[in-house]
Design a protein around this ligand. Sequence first.
Ligand SMILES: Nc1ncnc2c1ncn2[C@@H]1O[C@H](COP(=O)(O)OP(=O)(O)OP(=O)(O)O)[C@@H](O)[C@H]1O
Ligand SMILES: [Mg+2]
Length: 370
Amino acid sequence: MLRFEHVSLSYGSQKILDDLSFEIQEGQMAVLIGPSGCGKTTTLKMINRLIEPDQGKIYLNGEDITAKDKVDLRRHIGYVIQQIGLFPNMTVAQNICVVPTLLKYSKEECDRIARSLLEMVGLPYEQYAHKYPSEMSGGQQQRIGILRALAASPPIVLMDEPFSALDPMTRRSLQQEVRSLQQKLNKTFVFVTHDMEEALDLADVIIFMDRGKIVQMAPPEEMLSHPASGQIQDFLGKFIHAQSPKELTAADFMRTGVLTVAAGRGINECVSKMQRRNVDTLIVVDDQGRYQGTVSIADIRLTGHVVKTIEPLVRCSNPTVQAGDNAKDCFDLLISSGASYLVVLDDEGKVDGIITKTSMASAMAEQLWG
Ligand SMILES: Nc1ncnc2c1ncn2[C@@H]1O[C@H](COP(=O)(O)OP(=O)(O)OP(=O)(O)O)[C@@H](O)[C@H]1O
Ligand SMILES: [Mg+2]
């Protein structure tokens, strides 16, 4: 979709971009990140030919962009910059449809575009279309700036730190909106930020730059697990240790050191164990520690007087999971099964621990608040 081939640029003796080569696939959200002055904005501006390279070539859908008319090229590339840049004397609807108007779309078509885009970000057309930028909040204006970049349905959209002037709340909600717009419309986005959290949230692929070079280009998961340099590690900072919720497993949520008994143990011994520990079931294991089932105080009360050991009373109905199972699936199972706990087994079928609602909640709190 978008390909840089050995692109370099110098200003005087200063090398700004140094032999940049990369490729972004159609429909991808690529995020450029790196320290201030590393060349992110310069790279972005080369895509719509606001800056031309000294050396190298840039291809859009296989076509060398220098072969295209600049103005025409720009009309087919959405562009959002930090300083919103809405036209103050145009209404919201007119602002959104600047490019479609230049492209000579009909008035009806422009109205339809403005209406559907506004609706997508939860700003009802009737209420907002005829307002002027000065009558909207900063966050709302930035939304309009984004819609404007999308209005002519360009195949590629460039965004240069579009949210850096916004408060964290507005920023979060706009990030989500951009991500969902990008997925709904299946556009290719090149997004510049210096905020690693934003990059990790939004990107399909992160391009980390330093002093005009690419240090690493990788999906967020891979960058987190294998950062290519100490500098990237610093950028990733606190995120590197925090596991993403997707990676959490049963083992992260279980309580260990649970009480188990062998099936051959006597009824009275087990009852007294339960009373001491104040539990109403016991986990039963064989002599190798492998899970056999559970025995409950209710069953013992019912039939305990006719048996000597707990063996005949062992039930296998309690749900079990493997230590490596996905934590969210375990959570769902715990809730849907109505069981008071899940038994967590290792590869050999031995009991590793149990997951209760309490162990789940405290592990979640740990994840959230440390
Ligand atoms: N017109 C210019 N003349 C000379 N040097 C320039 C010019 N424009 C940018 N530079 C230099 O080029 C380098 C890259 O600038 P660029 O704006 O691409 O950085 P950036 O990564 O976007 O930084 P930031 O995160 O601060 O926005 C910087 O060292 C900058 O000083
Ligand atoms: Mg910049």
